[in-house]
Structures are given as C-alpha cells and as structure tokens.
Write a protein of this length. Structure first.
Length: 73
C-alpha cells in the first residue's frame, strides 16, 4: 500500500468486509496467506499476521515463509 494510505484502517476494513460478504454468501470460512519474510513487493503483499489476527483469523499452518490464516464464519 502506498505510504500515504498506511495506518488508516483501510486493509482492516477491507478484510472485515470480505468476511461479512463471504458469510452472507454462505461460506463457512475465509483464508488469508500472510508472508513471514521482511521484504515485500507492493504488488504481492498479503499483509502481516497481526492484520489477520485483528479481524479474528487464527494461524492454521506455517510452511516456508508463508502462514495460512483462517477465520471460521
């Protein structure tokens, strides 16, 4: 995300909305794939683990430099 848009709650609001919409459509869970590496490329950045935890996701599995985060709806 561009620096001028960071720390404004946009990613949190987006992730919360995804969960609301998924539940309304009958999905049982939503998954996100956070990366553990410190380096990130803006076009390929899935967000930090703490973002997912803030919205109620829990860690399911770690493999290499990726963490599968899941929220049961």
């Amino acid at each position: 995300m561009a620096p001028e848009y960071r720390d404004k709650g946009i990613a949190t609001a987006f992730l919360e909305r995804i969960c609301i919409d998924a539940k309304a459509r009958g999905y049982a869970a939503v998954e996100g794939y956070a990366k553990l590496c410190n380096d990130h490329v803006d076009y390929d950045y899935n967000g930090p683990i703490r973002l997912y935890e803030k919205v109620g996701f829990t860690e399911v599995k770690r493999q290499d430099e990726q963490v599968i985060m899941r929220k049961i709806l």
